[in-house]
Design a protein around this ligand. Structure first.
Ligand code: ASC
Length: 157
């Protein structure tokens, strides 16, 4: 291997390591406020897609598939940790769903986020039982945390 190839391999490894760190909750950095908005919206989109797949089973709109329910519960649980770091100062852009109340009542907003984050491992635990009835109960409680936060902090555009 030439020295240049070796150096560029090292640079690539370093870049990958930085990328992995940037993906971890406590390390997210955003170059522009719009990047933070995209990040949190993306996290919510993925979380909602998986939550919705469980919802369809719970509501009898899709056949119950215990394995898919568990996989989606795990995605919801992981994703539920991500959006909050992207509501930093200066990310209250007018064209987002985020109400200004988030930044005025950040403690309440974070408390609402905590409620969701406390529920989602319970959704995983319920999914692990493989029993739709158990999943139904926890799904309902989890959906309530989504709704109460949306009522206070989410603008319908
Ligand atoms: C969903 C979803 C939400 C919540 C919310 C619960 O499936 O996408 O945002 O449930 O509607 O009230």
């Amino acid at each position: 291997m030439t020295r240049t190839a070796f150096v560029s391999k090292k640079l690539l490894a370093a870049a990958l390591a930085c990328g992995l760190l940037a993906a971890a909750p406590a390390y997210a950095q955003f170059a522009k406020p719009q990047d933070a908005v995209k990040y949190r919206q993306s996290a919510f989109v993925v979380m909602a897609a998986s939550f919705g797949r469980i919802g369809a089973m719970v509501q009898g709109k899709a056949p119950f598939d215990a394995k898919a329910a568990l996989q989606n519960a795990e995605i919801v649980a992981f994703m539920s940790n991500l959006p909050w770091q992207a509501f930093g100062p200066g990310t209250d852009l007018p064209d987002s769903h985020a109400k200004p109340a988030i930044w005025k009542e950040m403690d309440k907003f974070k408390a609402d986020a905590d409620k969701l984050q406390q529920m989602t491992p319970k959704l995983v635990a319920a999914a692990k039982t493989g029993k739709l009835d158990e999943i139904k109960v926890v799904f309902g409680e989890t959906a309530k945390t989504c709704k109460s936060c949306h009522d206070a902090f989410r603008e319908e555009l």
